[in-house]
Design a protein around this ligand. Sequence first.
Ligand SMILES: *Cc1c(COP(=O)(O)O)cnc(C)c1O
Length: 369
Amino acid sequence: MQFIDLKKQYKEIEIDVNERIQKVLNHGKYIMGPEIKELEEKLAEYVGRKYCVCCSSGTDALLMPLMTWGIGTGDAVFTTPFTFIATAEVISLLGATPVFVDIDPCTYNINPEALEKEVKKVIDKGELTPKAILPVDLFGLPADYLAIESIAKKYSLLVLEDAAQGFGGSINGKKACSFGEAASTSFFPAKPLGCYGDGGAVFTDDDDMYQKLISVRVHGQSTDKYENARIGLNARMDSIQAAILLAKMTIFNNEVLQRNKVAELYTKKLMGKVETPTIPDGYISAWAQYSVLAESGKHREEIQSKLKEQEIPTAIYYPKPLHLQSAYKYLNYTDGDFPISEAVSKRIFSLPMHPYLEEEDIDKIAEIV
Ligand SMILES: *Cc1c(COP(=O)(O)O)cnc(C)c1O
């Protein structure tokens, strides 16, 4: 059994993918070719945003908006410690300070009440300037943007949605990547919408920001190719990756439905055995991961090893919250600072999740659990 079955997915779109890649080979515009604009238009329309800027990875897609906002030394950016390192890493790369906020015990996303407390704390301390909030749509479930956006408004903070795992999810019909002043996603192969290499995209409705993103994507270029307006990146996207994503977009809606069916079956069959995911009313998850809580670390180990005996892969996202990692030692956080993130990281594990998982596979997994 595969944790994510990308081969099965390729079989579904093989002819389309091959034809589109062949087209790129024929026209020879291998980087930023015509496929990029076509994809950007489709993605912007899909999520309901004015602009989409495709780029080289989900990490660069997070970095670029922060750069256009001029985030840097002395600035505080609020985020969750229960995420992939890239979320906080981009803040540190710019010299700004990630200020961690504990998660909600049910959704594993940033807790809005704790967020407001941390914002007030930073203001009272007076050492850092609160600038932005970087919520994560963990495992495919959008964060609580209603509450987050109202806190942002109250304290004049910008919001950047990390939808690397969230693309395809929604809140009351409003799609992930449409929240905040800007949103970022990743097309890493294992994400809900993945290409066959690295890729990402930034979304915004703001004209000025869009122009800056275009500039930052290619070394801070201006309209004159050799007159650079700002410090930028090499964050271009390969045409072949865009071609693959265009093919995958044709089956994506159906895949999100299938993932939701798989999740529903899992929850029905696992309820009472482990703690199954909570999806608040009106929310749709893109199910980047199906993650459950065991009773304890020992219980988790037992289940994982039983599954492994039957060649069923599992994974732990995330075994160590970011505030306890060596890279963030310099921020001087300690064990006990974010009790929910710490407790969840000891009990959580993820089961195979992809649109082509069969009911008999789910039955087998549930039985072993
Ligand atoms: C994968 C991921 C990223 C980074 O995306 P890459 O394309 O791998 O650079 C950022 N944030 C989260 C939450 C992710 O899961």
